[in-house]
Design a binder for this molecule. Structure first.
Ligand code: HEC
Ligand code: HEC
Length: 462
């Protein structure tokens, strides 16, 4: 018998515990997502995306239990609606603390030659990166410093959660949780977030190179694309006298991912330090804007640019800053600070082009959305082993849950209360006597509701 049943407890009248469900027998598609043929950069090494691994990664990404006080998930600072970035300059972590740098959009993180992560590239792989926020005192608080718990106590906490027993069993064949399993699944989830349905992709898929005019573009968008792609020509004072604006050399199309050899771009201010010259990575320039043309939050590691015009002002005239020993030579033609002398028309053409780099699907597709409702989640199917963990509500215990053939409801019997079983639509099925094994093998697979209430308050429709 391979049936599985789930019980939700319902309290009298007003409080209803409704959870989302995740059905392991019909996983969403991650491993067969279409990657356009012109996309060639990929920083996956051995941790190949599987539907199972990403499904577990998605639960972890949205789970506030990954923070020491159960208030912050990865998704608190990486918000789907904003291309998995944050509109705040600094994101709020545990106990109101704020991050030292601006949160990064997590679009197409997989598709770059740069395998290191964070603005300053301090994580050597995405796998290494994923447990660093968990172990950060401000972000999620399992830092093992300043009185924080360590990551082993997080693992012990996750082991007590029923849905992780089921999910780890499903993905790995046993319920053991380790730091490297957390890293694998979180990295798979992040690598699964892909955005290739932009106007750029529609145009690019019909031609043989980035530089060929796109038939779906306006003239201005095509001109903006050339300005982005082509190198500038400079006089011997650093003034641009011809050519394009030279963005491509660092933000490489068609992925628009950062060139691994890039040094900093002259943005060196910091939210916490006096100067910060180590930021040599940028997220892809895809999805800077949302589908409506609004920016997905401030830009750069310090969140100092609120508009795209401020970004262009910066590249137009790279500032002369004492102490910047890591400025890219590409922005210092013949040792002079670059002066692009962008015209108003060039500026608006470049912005028109940058807006064609945004997709639609990634903002709304349920496969990257929050699987929890009211912080709770029920996992169905997947041939998981039967839970031995009891479901406890006050003095009522229901086990096993999920169950196969029968359940046992333990509570202090009192003449005022009674336990009733309902289907998910609220149809009453039967009364459940206390402290007795009740055979329910005649029920189909699904979610059932258990209501504890006064005998007189039996409900028929929820
Ligand atoms: C409190 C806010 C916060 C939380 C929580 C958080 N992040 Fe971040 N994330 C950031 C900030 C800020 C940065 C940039 C930090 C830096 O470079 O120093 C970042 C950077 C990243 C990057 C690097 C992206 C790139 O292109 O280099 C990844 C990947 C990432 N976070 C994933 C995660 C995952 C996975 C979790 C959960 C385990 C998580 N984050 C939790 C704020 C947060
Ligand atoms: C020399 C390499 C280089 C060149 C050339 C360059 N960039 Fe950048 N760009 C970077 C780096 C590095 C960052 C990350 C900087 C930081 O936050 O400290 C960045 C960040 C950005 C960001 C912010 C991304 C985000 O997610 O916040 C935008 C927008 C941007 N660049 C646009 C452009 C445009 C447009 C051009 C051409 C006019 C250009 N860049 C030329 C290296 C470069």
């Amino acid at each position: 018998m391979n049936k599985r049943f789930f019980l939700l407890l319902i309290l009298p009248i007003t409080v209803i515990l409704i959870s989302s469900t995740l059905d392991l027998d019909s996983l969403l598609d991650y491993e067969n997502q279409i990657i356009p043929s012109y996309i060639t950069k990929d920083n996956t090494t051995t941790n190949i995306i599987t539907d199972e691994g990403v499904t577990l990664g998605r639960v972890l990404f949205y789970d506030k239990n990954l923070s020491a006080n159960n208030t912050i998930a990865c998704a608190s600072c990486h918000i789907q609606e904003f291309a998995f970035g944050d509109t705040a300059v600094a994101s709020i972590g545990l106990n109101g603390g704020t991050t030292g740098r601006h949160s990064m959009r997590l679009i197409n993180a997989r598709f770059s030659d740069e395998a290191r992560f964070f603005w300053d590239e301090r994580a050597n792989t995405l796998e290494d990166q994923t447990t660093m926020p968990i172990q950060d005192h401000v972000e999620m608080g399992f830092s093992d410093t300043n009185g924080d718990p360590d990551i082993d106590s997080l693992i012990r906490k996750l082991e007590t959660l029923e849905y992780y027993n089921q999910l780890f069993q499903f993905v790995y064949g046993d319920t053991i949780i380790t730091e490297s399993r957390l890293q694998e699944c979180l990295a798979q989830f992040v690598r699964s977030i892909q955005s290739f349905d932009s106007k750029f992709d529609q145009g690019r898929s019909n031609v043989n190179g980035n530089g060929v005019p796109f038939s779906n573009y306006t003239n201005d968008e095509n001109s903006g694309k050339q300005l982005f792609l082509l190198a500038p020509q400079f006089d011997n004072q650093g003034n641009r006298v011809g050519g394009g604006l030279g963005c491509q050399v660092c933000h490489q199309a068609p992925e628009f991912s950062i060139n691994p050899t890039s040094r900093n771009n002259g943005v060196i201010s910091s939210l916490t330090l006096s100067i910060d010259v180590d930021n040599t990575r940028s997220p892809t320039l895809r999805d800077l804007f949302d589908q409506n043309g609004n920016l997905n939050g401030p830009m750069m590691h310090d969140g100092s640019f609120m508009t795209i015009d401020q970004v262009l002002d910066h590249y137009d005239s790279i500032p002369n800053q004492a102490g910047n020993n890591n400025l890219s030579p590409l922005l210092r033609p013949q040792g002079n600070l670059q002066r692009l002398h962008m015209t108003t028309l060039e500026r608006s053409q470049l912005i028109d082009f940058l807006k064609t780099l945004s997709g639609n699907d990634v903002y709304t597709n349920a496969k990257w959305s929050n699987p929890f409702t009211n912080d709770s989640l029920i996992v169905l199917g997947g041939n998981t082993s039967i839970s031995l963990t009891d479901y406890t509500y006050d003095r009522v215990k229901v086990y096993p849950n999920p169950f196969i053939e029968s359940i046992y409801v333990e509570w202090e019997e009192n003449s005022q209360s009674q336990v009733d079983l309902y289907d998910i639509n609220g149809k009453w099925l039967k009364s459940i006597p206390a402290n007795t094994h009740v055979n329910l093998s005649d029920l189909g697979r699904g979610i059932y509701l258990l209501r504890i209430g006064k005998a007189s308050q039996r409900i028929v429709k929820l």
